[in-house]
Design a protein around this ligand. Structure first.
Ligand code: UD1
Ligand code: MG
Length: 493
């Protein structure tokens, strides 16, 4: 047997995918956050493909841009006009000149294909010594598939498309999966012989089977019992179904790796996310992008984490949204917290409900427990941010920075107008609007001083022509006019 790198994968992805009814090329629709085509290229790469060629047509620029960035080793071949699967492969002739190992042909819209399946197929192809092999399975409903026609000896004689099949051929339940292994020379020789004389006026790739077998070459059908891997996507319903299969596979693996999923069916973990053992994901959690979750964390129901990092033992309580955030070891966030890019929550710190944090470093053991906006700030360790605190970071044109030292106490409902610095150990009186720095260990107060108007109620009652409660009771005690002056802003109603 030859090495594993000597074969080439050709992936067909030029079709428009009309039934998706989308401006996005079909093969770029994501499953668990990854383009459909990338799943196929990953399987081919994992199976040991030495070369990748992708046939593109509709939406080629976007495909090359996104998938090409992920698979820089892939060669993209343009098929200007979609004249059939055979024509698509023929477009690769130049790009594959000099290739002589087997060529494995796959479709870009079958994202469930797995490396192990491809390896087994190639192994079977090689050991049979066949010129070409096609992967087949028995379909409960073969409608739409090419039918496998075998000769007396059981070898593959030809593949007949649904639209070209005779009534007897339509009875055949063994179908073409659309995955082939062919020697490079045999492939391009056979492709040169096929014609578009068929019901769809297309160059059919499966026609190479008849060309080769009638020319005396051995062509094998490699039948598999499990067809899930070859399921394709033509419309959004299938996109959802196959996403579900990938989600199940992913979640099963996570559980095997030691992650508890309280409700695997409602847990969405994108392919690029990493999780360590003893983490618990409650029902309805969604983890996206480059999210990293360390050991022993808990993510509460309904939380969505994108490109975020949870360090060991961090807890995200239910209904939080994290995007580009980092939560330190043992920190607790939520419920109902919103951590935006640059939120960096220190070890054992607490961020409570209805708190929004953006581009803020919150020191270890510091707390912001209720109804707060913290933006563009650095907050030291052991500091308490009271309910309703707002860092006023934006003056309408520019963002400004707030610095709060270690061990500060910021009273509730304070507005800190940036740029501003609250020194270590300082206090901010509740309800303050501060525009100037507070020195270390000082108390900053920035609010109107409270004044009480004694007997104010009696003044109002008298104006309205009511006797005071005191007069009713026969008491002589009344509040004389002038002892309680009218408050500012009183309308004297
Ligand atoms: C094809 C097979 C059929 C098989 C089925 C399995 C042919 C003629 N028929 O049918 O025997 O049972 O797959 O799913 O091959 N494409 C191009 N350029 C083209 C035409 C197609 O790149 O000119 C690409 C499509 O984007 C798609 C793939 O080839 O990824 C398959 O094409 P599709 O039209 O879906 O073929 P099927 O009708 O499914
Ligand atoms: Mg198809």
């Amino acid at each position: 047997m030859t090495g594993t790198q000597d074969w080439t994968a050709v992936v067909l992805a030029a079709g428009k995918g009309t039934r998706m009814k989308s401006a996005l090329p079909k093969v770029l629709h994501p499953l668990l956050g990854r383009p459909m085509l990338s799943w196929v290229l990953q399987a081919a790469t994992d199976a040991g493909a030495g070369r990748l060629a992708v046939v593109v047509g509709f939406g080629r620029d976007r495909i090359v841009e996104t998938v090409g960035a992920e698979f820089p080793q892939a060669t993209f071949v343009l098929q200007e006009e979609q004249r059939g699967t055979g024509h698509a492969v023929l477009c690769c002739r130049e790009a594959l000149s000099g290739v002589d190992g087997p060529i494995l042909i796959l479709c870009g819209d079958t994202p469930l294909i797995q490396a192990a399946t491809l390896r087994q197929f190639l192994e079977a192809h090689r050991s049979s010594g066949a010129a070409a092999s096609a992967l087949t399975f028995r379909a409960d409903n073969p409608h739409g598939y090419g039918r496998i026609v075998r000769d007396q000896a059981g070898n593959l004689a030809k593949i007949v498309e649904q639209k070209d099949a005779t009534p007897q051929e339509l009875e055949i339940s063994e179908v073409n999966a659309g995955v082939y292994a062919v020697g490079a020379q045999e492939l391009f020789h056979a492709l040169g012989c096929i014609t578009p004389q068929n019901a769809q006026g297309e160059y059919y790739l499966p026609d190479i089977v008849a060309v080769l077998s009638s020319g005396g070459s051995l062509v094998r059908a490699h039948r598999v019992s499990e067809a899930t891997d070859f399921r394709g996507i033509n419309h959004r319903g299938e996109l959802a179904e196959l996403t579900e299969v990938l989600r199940r596979r992913r979640n099963t693996q996570l559980m095997l790796d030691g992650v508890t999923l309280e409700s695997p069916g409602s847990t969405h973990v994108e392919w690029s996310v990493t999780l360590e053992s003893d983490t618990v994901l409650e029902p309805g959690v969604r983890l996206e992008g480059r999210t990293r979750v360390a050991q022993g964390c808990r993510v509460g129901t309904g939380s969505v984490l994108k490109d975020s990092t949870l360090l060991a033992g961090a807890v995200v309580r239910p209904y939080c949204v994290l995007d580009g955030a980092r939560v330190g070891p043992g920190a607790i966030v939520g419920p109902f917290a919103h951590l935006r890019p640059g939120a960096d929550i220190g070890a054992a710190a607490r961020v409570g409900n209805f708190v929004e944090v953006k581009n803020v470093k919150l020191g270890e053991r510091s707390k912001a427990m209720h109804l707060t906006y913290l933006g563009d700030a650095e907050i030291g360790a052991g500091t308490n941010i009271g309910a309703g605190t707002i860092t006023c970071n934006y003056d309408g044109q520019t963002k400004h920075h707030t610095t709060i030292g270690d061990d500060c106490f910021v009273g509730s409902d304070s507005v800190l107008v940036a740029p501003i610095e609250i020194g270590p150990g300082a206090y901010v009186a509740a309800g303050s609007v501060l525009t100037r720095n507070v020195p270390s260990r000082a108390l900053g107060i920035g609010r109107a001083r409270q004044e009480n108007k004694p007997g104010y109620r009696d003044v109002l009652d008298r104006r309205r022509g009511l006797r005071s409660a005191g007069e009713d009771a026969g008491s002589a005690t009344t509040v004389g006019e002038g002892t309680a002056s009218e408050p500012e802003g009183s309308t004297g109603a």
